[in-house]
Write a protein that binds this ligand. Structure first.
Ligand code: HEM
Ligand SMILES: [Ca+2]
Length: 718
């Protein structure tokens, strides 16, 4: 794949092909001097602060991993999923590449020059010209819940690591104390005439941007700069359970398979550390930041709510499992509940979320539709499950365009209200109010998300993480800058990779034109970029006209589609897969019945809900009682054990639990005879060996042997 793609890039660039490891392509500038030893040290600090940096043993991805391939459960850190490459998909490993990166110096420094060798337009300039509006009016049928679910999925499968300063301090790349350009700094400069930050009372000229942590490739060989995923690449519920064993252990109650919680099981456990990851505007000691499998949980209340629902779902499932399997210990209950919740997350993602985003054509092309019966048989050890760099740095950020300016709350009794995103950012205290989780969740499915288009709300392009007027960040500019930081090839090259017509002019409606864009957008591109080959992937992709039935345009549909195919085909634990760790078919059939709406119903006080919470409620998606929605029944245990052979008889036991405790009913007989020649002869011989039995005056000619279920009587002709 990578080789083919590299050729594609070379064709677009009309340059001599390069090969990845042997010869590193050198761009227009001399390579920035790289201190590999220093970079490796930084990486090691992340992976394990205790590993000493000795000699050349700087890269330890390939440290010995011991796998128990008999285990039915995922490891916490994603290792041992792929039996040939146990490291694939592990947390703290680099993002994979579809395309060779396009660094300015070929190996390390960000893409900063256009095809003519002049500076690319500034990210902030592109953001203000293309991506901004106070409250973009283009609404869509999708509910705001779809935005939030997308973010939750992104936090399950990726978390990019940033470079740090000395002693793991955060870098301030705008600090005036820095005289010379600082390694790992790539600040976003703000033009003097910026419509917001350029105002006289603000006059800000720099926005902090720290480069992603530089990481060696998975082979640990020296090569181009790579970036690191800190969470498990698989869609495996790691946002609920953590991406390493120590975190998973710390989230467990260690009783009855439960996860820790607070406020009587209702809320996530509280983060009691001295370095809170949220803003606490109150001195009320009850109100704390939350802890979950992902450290970004406190970012805003909608995210906290979804995390809380999954934590509650785990505990609900664990309790049901305990009721029907009284013999199971904490470990067994925890792992079985984790397996079910992981399967539910995958099912909701492929069955409800992706279908809306990608539309039926792309779902079919990439074979992403869940099956309606039986198992999926496409698992292959050869499919790399890893998250691709372009997906992380650009394509999957389409969700940023769906964020609405307002976040709605709908409490059960008091009136609805909403708040600008900036006022709820990093504010878990909202969750402690008035049925926080259900109020926020109701707000999410009762309001619209924004359309995926070039426009993003000012809440994230001017006021993101704002502490006082003018201090905010710009998420659109950050996305563009991140793409350049990672050497992500330009939009046109990705079109080529996806088999879409390569663009060679800025016009619309002509051959080779920007025909997946509207004329206004194309004209804006023309004023900013020197060549169509310079358009940044995020900007070009997010601005495309949506595919029919989809919520994204063709380039992002392609990149998102391939990524989710890799996550399906390359995950031995994929919930539908017919592998050695498969879910029993009867349980899989139950999981297929569930929906996000039902999971919300089961874990909140909401009793009426639209069956599809990803769509805004409408006449075809109007609220129904929760009890009318199908869900996962865990009453699949109990009933008869399998038949056990005892000589020429087979018996079975009616196992725990009794039907009253959510078990299957045992109908039918508990024993039957084995019908084969051997047994007939034995019985025959046995009877022959004995004196003839007479019951009454007539000799017996027709004796049923073995009980009431014998299908054919054995006739003894004496
Ligand atoms: C209120 C909602 C959201 C906020 C405030 C938010 C904010 C952010 C921020 C600050 C970053 C780091 C950017 C960087 O330094 O490169 C980021 C990264 C990212 N976001 Fe969002 N985001 C939101 C929703 C979403 C949604 C809905 C999606 C996708 C459907 C998404 C996908 C991503 C991806 C793929 C990344 C890069 C992954 C990473 O940094 O590990 N985000 N987001
Ligand atoms: Ca994961």
């Amino acid at each position: 794949m990578i080789e083919a793609s590299k050729k594609a890039v070379d064709t677009v660039l009309k340059r001599k092909p390069v090969t990845s490891k042997s010869s590193i392509p050198i761009g227009r500038r001399l390579p920035e001097k790289i201190n590999f030893r220093q970079e490796a040290r930084e990486v090691l600090e992340r992976i394990s602060p205790r590993i000493p940096v000795i000699g050349t043993k700087l890269c330890n991805y390939n440290k010995q991993i011991k796998c128990d391939f008999n285990s039915k459960y995922r490891t916490a850190d994603g290792t041992c999923n792929n039996k040939k490459n146990a490291i694939w998909g592990r947390s703290l490993t680099p993002f994979e590449r579809f395309l060779f990166p396009m660094y300015e110096d070929g190996i390390n420094s960000p893409r900063t020059l256009d095809v003519n060798g002049s500076p690319l337009p500034e990210s902030r300039k592109i953001s203000t010209e293309i991506h901004q509006k106070s409250s973009p009016s283009s609404w869509d049928k999708l509910a705001h819940f779809a935005m939030e679910y997308g973010q939750f999925v992104s936090h399950d499968i990726m978390m990019n690591a940033l470079s740090k300063g000395r002693y793991m301090s955060n870098l301030d790349c705008c600090s005036t104390k820095i005289r010379s350009p600082r390694r790992n700094c790539f600040p976003i400069s703000i033009p003097k005439n910026d419509p917001f930050f350029g105002q006289p009372h603000i006059r800000r000229t720099c926005m902090n941007f720290v480069r992603s942590l530089s990481t060696p490739g998975l082979d640990c060989k020296l090569g181009v700069r790579q970036q690191m995923n800190q969470v498990t690449h698989y869609l495996d519920g790691s946002a609920v359970y953590g991406s390493k064993k120590s975190v998973m252990d710390s989230l467990r109650l260690k009783t009855d398979g439960l996860l820790k919680s607070s406020e009587g099981g209702k809320l996530l456990p509280k983060d009691m550390s001295r370095t809170p990851t949220c803003r606490l505007p109150t001195s009320n000691s009850r109100i704390k930041c939350f802890k979950a499998g992902d450290v970004r949980v406190n970012q805003q209340p909608a995210l906290i709510s979804l995390h809380t629902i999954w934590m509650r779902e785990h505990n609900r499932v664990a309790k049901l499992l305990k009721a029907s399997n009284p013999g199971w210990n904490d470990e067994k209950l925890f792992q079985e509940a984790r397996k079910i919740v992981g399967a539910e997350i995958q099912h909701v993602t492929y069955n409800e979320y992706l279908k809306k985003i990608l539309g039926p054509d792309i779902m079919n092309r990439f074979d992403l539709n869940p099956r309606t019966s039986g198992y999926f048989t496409g698992y292959t050890e050869k499919a790399k499950p890893m998250i691709r760099n372009s997906f992380m740095a650009a394509a999957y950020r389409f969700g940023h365009s769906m964020i609405d300016r307002k976040f709605a709350f709908h409490p059960p009794t008091s009136p609805n209200f909403n708040s600008d995103l900036r006022n709820v950012m990093l504010r878990p205290d909202w969750i402690y109010r008035n049925n926080g989780v259900s109020s926020v969740t109701r707000g999410l499915y009762e309001t619209n998300s924004q359309k995926v288009d070039r426009l993003m709300t000012w809440e994230v392009t001017r006021h993101l993480f704002e502490s006082s007027a003018g201090t905010g960040m710009d998420l659109a500019a950050t996305n563009i800058q991140r793409g350049r930081d990672h050497g992500i090839a330009s939009y046109n090259m990705w079109r080529n990779v996806c088999g879409l017509p390569v663009v060679n002019n800025f016009n619309v409606g002509v051959p080779g034109g920007l025909n997946d864009h509207d004329a206004t957008t194309a004209a804006k591109f023309k004023t900013l970029y020197a060549s169509v080959d310079d358009i940044d992937l995020f900007t070009g992709g997010v601005s495309e006209i949506n595919l029919p039935g989809a919520k994204v345009g063709p380039t992002f549909a392609c990149l998102v589609g391939i990524q989710f195919k890799a996550l399906k085909y390359g995950d031995r634990f994929f919930y539908e897969s017919n592998t050695d760790v498969k879910i029993p078919l009867n349980l899989l059939e139950e999981i297929r019945k569930t929906s996000m709406a039902k999971i919300i119903c089961d874990n909140t006080d909401i009793s009426q809900i639209p069956p599809d919470v990803f769509l805004k409620s409408s006449s075809s998606n109007s609220e129904v009682p929760c009890s009318s929605l199908p869900g996962v029944s865990l009453c699949i245990n109990g009933g008869w054990s399998s038949w056990k052979r005892r000589g020429c008889m087979e018996t079975r036991r009616c196992t725990n639990p009794s039907p009253s405790k959510c078990g299957k009913i045992c109908n039918g007989p508990s024993f039957r005879t084995v019908e084969n020649r051997q047994c007939r002869i034995n019985i025959f011989d046995d009877i022959l060996a004995r004196p003839p039995v007479t019951l009454g005056p007539k000799p017996i000619r027709d004796i049923r042997i073995g009980g009431p279920v014998l299908p054919k009587p054995i006739l003894l002709s004496i």
